[in-house]
Write a protein that binds this ligand. Structure first.
Ligand code: AMP
Length: 563
């Protein structure tokens, strides 16, 4: 769009109206060509643009919106797909009746700051050859027309299929919904391939779907990060779902027993019995109290592989499906058998590393020194003569290395490729090159995986910029440690007192810190963000001992004697 050269009232007004429209309005595309055109032009203007995709079937509710909000925080462009995917509905399921509410969806997306909605028809998605009907076009989805809709016939023999591992599709909902996850796998593969998002957002609500999609992305090496959002619930505990629209007020109340059943199981688990038998018996007994709710299954499986579990070693997914009237509902909870994790994030100079180390000692937890991990990789690059400027060689090097730790709180031992580097990583040479190394995306990606691996059994405290938001989103306690720019500058100046930068002015330090804050919170990789469930500790007027006391207090309050 170019501004009018000669300004007359009309062109001037229409130009600004167009601008405003472009700023405010969410773009809605129903064709692949238009979506591609839009994304291509956005990406050619800014090649490193981050794109977040939230795939949905519409009838948006607070569960969807929580994913959209997260995507909005983390990406330059947010795309929401709205597509009632016929492939994932069985012949006797509710495809025709599935709630469709395009105008409200568009408004909600607009309010949530979504950039683009992709709402194709089945024909657009699967082609004329595969689709027997045009009746599902987005424009046709009004209530009156909906009643005239027929089941869309898809000729599967003319479509390329994506087949998830049978072990993941034959359990839980797979038993009563043959073909469902295959249908999900096809549509998600298509959407990921079309949008090529940096991150794609899925709800923990559909835990089996989430596990299957993670596996799909892993097995096909898809260049996307799969992000899971927690289950959003109504006040009664009922998990939000588009299908809740089928329920009467009374049925909704009855259906909330599912959440109480999951809580019962969780309590049994927390009391020390980690067996599937105990958790399932507790859940089944709780559901039985509500005769209107007919339990289809309650199962305990591994959250990643979905393999049935007898006992929970580290984490178990307790999933349930039930019918209330003719409506089928699902819900789940993760039962964790691990020691707690404390995640400490905050701006540079807020005293995170000192506080984290001391908090770990006070809580008898392992201090996961993420800085030491970056140092170990830097040490390895220097030792092997791999130029840190050669990103590709560094990616090759780190991806074939392995780190070892002793997770004993008293240990600082760190080995890389079998060699103990606990002392060596403190050298001046490593110190001077570590930030260059940490800026390489492949290094960060490798270490985030490592950190998550360390966290499997919990019992750790870690600090950084995105520990609570990205590395350990399930951390039991998240702290956002902060201090004003002035206070952090004052502390920095004290640190510099005996160095060759002692002459720097307070104003200059303040300017540097403010600049660093801006850079850290807007950087593409691992930006600094406060997790929604983090407790902020403002340390301006606190001593280090007082900060530790607060953290210990919060830990006791949250975790009590469970650790
Ligand atoms: P659907 O429109 O049902 O296909 O859902 C689209 C996405 O929203 C999926 O990733 C769901 O897991 C997610 N979602 C649905 N309900 C909830 C909820 N109550 N809380 C969080 N995410 C949800």
């Amino acid at each position: 769009m170019t501004p009018a050269m000669s300004i007359n009232d009309y062109t001037f007004t229409s130009y600004w109206a167009e601008c405003l429209q472009e700023i405010l309005a969410v773009r809605l595309f129903t064709t692949i060509a238009a979506l591609r055109c839009y994304l291509n032009s956005q990406k050619s203007a800014a090649p490193h643009l981050t794109v977040g995709l939230v795939p949905t079937m519409g009838a948006l509710h607070a569960g969807h919106l929580s994913l959209i909000q997260r995507a909005r925080q983390e990406n330059a462009i947010v795309a929401v797909s709205i597509f009632v995917n016929p492939l994932q509905f069985g012949p006797t399921e509710d495809f025709q009746d599935y709630p469709r509410n395009q105008e409200q969806d568009r408004l909600l997306c607009e309010q949530a700051g979504v950039d683009v909605i992709f709402a194709p028809s089945a024909t657009e998605m699967f082609g004329n050859q595969a689709v027997d009907s045009l009746r599902d076009s987005f424009a046709a989805r009004t209530d009156t027309e909906k009643t005239a809709q027929k089941q869309i016939e898809i000729d599967l023999s003319s479509l390329t299929q994506v087949v998830p591992p049978q072990a993941m599709t034959s359990v839980l909902c797979g038993k009563s919904r043959p073909g469902h996850f295959q249908g999900v796998a096809v549509i998600v593969t298509k959407l990921l391939s079309l949008v090529q998002p940096t991150k794609a957002y899925f709800g923990q609500k559909d835990a089996q779907q989430l596990a299957m999609i993670r596996k799909l992305a892993f097995d096909f090496n898809l260049p996307v990060e799969i992000v899971a959002g927690p289950i959003v619930r109504e006040e009664s505990g009922l998990a939000m779902s588009s299908r809740n629209l089928y329920l009467t007020v009374e049925q909704k109340q009855q259906a909330s027993v599912l959440y109480r059943a999951l809580q019962q199981a969780s309590e049994t688990f927390a009391s020390g019995d980690r067996t599937a038998a105990a958790a399932l018996a507790a859940a089944q007994a709780a559901v039985a109290v509500e005769p209107a709710v007919e339990l289809e299954y309650a199962e305990l499986v591994d959250p990643d592989t979905l393999a049935p579990l007898q006992v929970v070693e580290t984490a178990g997914l307790l999933a349930v499906a039930a019918r209330v009237g003719s409506t089928r509902l699902i819900d789940n909870i993760i039962l964790r058998n691990r020691r707690p994790i404390v995640a400490i994030d905050g701006p540079a100079g807020a005293g995170k590393s000192t506080v984290t180390r001391l908090a770990a000692t006070a809580l008898n937890l392992f201090y996961l020194d993420t800085g030491a991990m970056y140092r170990a990789l830097t040490w390895l690059a220097l030792k092997t003569g791999t130029p840190i400027s050669d990103e590709w060689a560094i990616a090759e090097l780190v991806s074939s290395s392995y780190l070892e730790y002793n997770l004993d709180p008293a240990s600082k031992m760190l080995k890389i490729n079998g060699e103990d580097v606990t002392e060596a990583i403190r050298s001046l040479e490593v110190t001077s090159r570590v930030s260059e190394m940490a800026a390489i995306p492949a290094v960060r990606q490798f270490l985030v995986e490592e950190q998550r691996r360390c966290g499997k059994k919990g019992g750790i405290v870690a600090e950084g910029r995105d520990i609570g938001t990205n590395v350990f989103p399930d951390a039991e306690l998240k702290i956002f440690l902060t201090a004003s720019v002035q206070e952090r500058s004052r502390r920095r100046l004290l640190e510099l007192k005996d160095t060759d930068r002692a002459n720097i002015s307070l104003a200059q330090v303040e300017q540097d810190i403010a600049l660093r804050d801006e850079k850290d919170s807007t950087r593409e990789v691992a930006p600094l963000r406060k997790a929604a469930d983090a407790v902020e500790i403002q340390t301006d007027n606190l001593t280090v001992a007082e900060v530790i006391d607060r953290i210990v207090g919060l830990y006791k309050q949250r975790i009590g004697s469970k650790s």
